[in-house]
Design a protein around this ligand. Sequence first.
Ligand code: FAD
Length: 353
Amino acid sequence: AATRRTLFRNIPTTHTYRYGSTLAFIEYNAKQNVLTPASRSCLQAAKKLNQPITALLLGSNSDKVAIKDTPNIVSKVLYNTDLKFDHQSPEYISPLICDILNKQNFTHFVIAANSVGKNILPRVAALLDLQPISDIVDIESDKQFVRPIYAGNILATVQSEQPKKLISIRTSAFPIDEEETQAKVDNAVSIPTQEYQFEIPSDIKSTQYVGSSTVQNEDGRPDLNSAKVIVSGGRGLKTKENFEKLIVPLADAFKKVPKYNGVAAAIGATRAVVDAGFVDNSLQIGQTGKVVAPDLYIACGISGAIQHLAGMKNSKVIVAINKEEDQPIEEIADFTLIGDVNDVLPELTEKLG
Ligand code: FAD
């Protein structure tokens, strides 16, 4: 009790704030025990709401990460190490979030619009009978948000008068400020404690964790959402074998570029090649795939259909490699190289190495 009193000294509990308070759901990388880049972006977005942030971190190592790696832009981090939370199953997490949101009177809930967030947010909204505001790209005030509609062709400004705003954020729209997210929080609180008495949901029989796809992260390849460079392949690669032979070595060659500190490029793909079975659908970029904004996006044999552009057009530098002129991708590309991927990609790979 003495330790807890010290921890709470000078730090008001969330419900004593007059204007509002934010609960941010964050995740950690279980291999490295550090917060995921998406979570850092989520906190960056939460900060724009200009009110105290409490972070919620769940999983068997959440205690370590809460203390070691949660930035001090959050005033408090709640964690729970129950094994049930290890695979971020929404069936367990959503009722817990609702419980916390209600009991502590949070006015805002923020989560990344990634596969975990897309699973949790609608459930939380349904349980609370509130309308979620999904995939926002900007925060204008505590009740006004900007979100893309029609595959990113229009930005809608939406206002919510709901008592609790339930928001998911597009992580690429909230770049991480390294300095702000470096420092560590000094107030990590295990739940349930006397003050945070929440029920951990009992075992759910209807769903069971079977496994997850880790294609992108094997051998240290970065996540599509956090990669600085993405090499992306389309139907111009023709076959699965050709995709592996040409795209993978080029992505790996970025390890040798000093600027990238031994980190390979991530691999992306169009829906055409995902549907053709060249790669796993977790690599799909676009309207119905991932939305990315790396420093460098290399589009190889990709025509630039509007649904693909919706997922990558905010990349800082876009390079298109295509054997035809006047493909739609060229309209948004900073550099276009007209050539056959079978010739250009091996040459590029060799030059990088
Ligand atoms: P293509 O359009 O066939 O283009 C292939 C390109 O390769 C051409 O430009 C060609 O000139 C070039 N090429 C061919 N041979 C070579 C060579 N040897 N060397 C160099 N270049 C070569 N698509 C997505 O990507 N992501 C999505 O999320 C997505 N969501 C969709 C949602 C809906 C509702 C719908 C209807 C479609 C969606 N699509 C999506 C599909 C999209 O419309 C396109 O069909 C798809 O993006 C085309 O992929 P592609 O560029 O690989 O193929």
